[in-house]
Design a protein around this ligand. Structure first.
Ligand code: VGL
Ligand code: ZN
Length: 199
């Protein structure tokens, strides 16, 4: 068992990111048994859930644009995704085999006008989700991250956590990537540059 200052953060293991889902990540479901097993090592387990209202500004359909194209938002360039993880739909539910007995489920991406890849800040990089306060008030300073997708939500969460001063390890064997236009190798480089331990 890890010490009380450590937490496992399980990112977005939801039906829409698994094979058959709206934004399926290749092999997304393969990590579930390993993630479940790793939970037994941690006194604190936190799950995140991508949680968009219908008509969200990150959806290509909202803009009449092609999925995987990009647009300029007030906070920067935004990839436009297929509709996914719409609040209270089956696509937004956790994978049926994922153990969900963690301490906290943090939802993100619910603001209609701002996407939120990171578990710590929305994509404007300033609006907090509250996760930092939750961890600090519980005396947690060391994080292990697993989940989907390596190059988007895991990457943004890990880099933000490192910038906030947490010790961060990403278990890439328990992550899977979207990998569009070299996004996976850029994410791995960016995480290492930010001081994340990439295993
Ligand atoms: C994610 C794209 C859009 C993720 C979420 O969980 O990595 N990617 N929304
Ligand atoms: Zn999303």
């Amino acid at each position: 068992m890890r010490a009380a200052n450590e937490a496992l953060i399980v990112i977005d293991i939801q039906n829409d990111f698994c094979p058959g889902g709206a934004l399926a990540v290749t092999g997304g479901d393969e990590i579930v048994p390993g993630v479940n097993a790793l939970m037994d090592d941690f006194a604190s387990v936190i799950l995140t859930q991508d949680w968009h209202p219908s008509g969200h500004s990150s959806f290509a359909s909202t803009h009449g644009a092609a999925p995987y194209s990009t647009t300029e938002m007030p906070y920067g360039t935004q990839v436009l995704w297929p509709d996914h993880c719409i609040q209270s739909t089956d696509g937004a539910a956790f994978h049926q085999d994922l153990v969900t007995k963690g301490d906290l489920i943090i939802r993100k991406g619910f603001n209609p006008l701002i996407d939120s890849y990171s578990a710590f800040f929305e994509n404007d990089h300033v609006t907090p989700t509250g996760l930092e306060g939750y961890l600090r008030t519980r005396g947690i300073d060391t994080l292990t991250m697993v989940g989907l997708a390596t190059d988007f939500c895991v990457n943004f969460s890990a880099v933000d956590a490192a910038k906030l001063g947490f010790n961060v390890t990403v278990r890439t064997d328990l992550c899977r990537a979207i990998d569009m236009d070299g996004s996976l190798s850029a994410a791995l480089d960016g995480m290492k540059a930010a001081g994340v331990e990439v295993l």
